[in-house]
Design a protein around this ligand. Sequence first.
Ligand code: HEC
Ligand code: HEC
Length: 213
Amino acid sequence: MKTGYWLATLLMAVSVGAAWAEPSSKVAWTPEQLAALKRGDAAKGKAIAETCAACHANGGQFPYLDGQLAPYLYKQLQDYKDGSRDNPVMTGLVAGLSAEDMAHVAAHYSQQALPPAPKTEPASEAAEVLVEMGDSRRILPPCAACHEASGKGQKIDVPAIAGQNAAYLEQTLLDYKSGARHNDLYGRMHSITQQLNEDEIRQLARYYAGLRR
Ligand code: HEC
Ligand code: HEC
């Protein structure tokens, strides 16, 4: 896959867009930041995660956290805390977490096995094409270039989305599109979802929810 080409095109499109002059997240992957993340202690994180299980015990309307990449989890928690990502429930919950706590809980979840994929309706073939090939007529890179063909995500902070619950996937993609979710570095997911219509978003959510990991 010509990831380099797509990334260059996308970054160009984003910088021409210029509407995203404000930094979208205060998390920067400096060596110090990555070292702090490495000090995350999964045992301490497990104790914290007990307070999260009521909602995140993998299923229903909530995103799964088990098996997610630690830097992605850590970034989202920081983003909720400083308001870069808005959600009244999560903002309230992270208020009491220190940066160390976030590294601990991220370490815990990243070491869990991914939960089994839920049963979902099959997605359209058009969704599969978008995932694997993108669409060069719109500046739309294939999702797989970043999220990997298996949907397991990749370093540093591209999240695993395979088997994620469809309702959450659809809502969060709509939120990137409308700008309600605006914590993606360089506005990558915003630029991408702006070019997708709601039906494509629904189909892509189904595709990833049904993807076996
Ligand atoms: C009362 C229910 C509830 C509890 C308890 C809860 N969460 Fe959440 N969490 C949510 C909801 C709802 C979302 C999706 C919010 C959104 O769309 O931004 C979410 C999203 C997240 C995300 C972003 C996931 C992603 O894929 O982007 C992370 C990380 C997270 N929660 C971590 C935690 C941690 C850690 C705890 C425990 C300290 C916790 N949550 C407790 C409801 C909850
Ligand atoms: C240029 C790389 C890139 C491409 C291409 C890409 N993504 Fe993403 N995606 C990301 C990054 C990075 C994030 C995390 C952004 C953040 O911190 O909010 C993300 C986040 C997401 C999320 C949020 C996951 C969660 O747990 O909240 C979904 C869903 C998603 N992408 C779906 C897609 C789909 C569907 C496509 C194809 C149409 C796609 N992505 C293409 C890089 C990419």
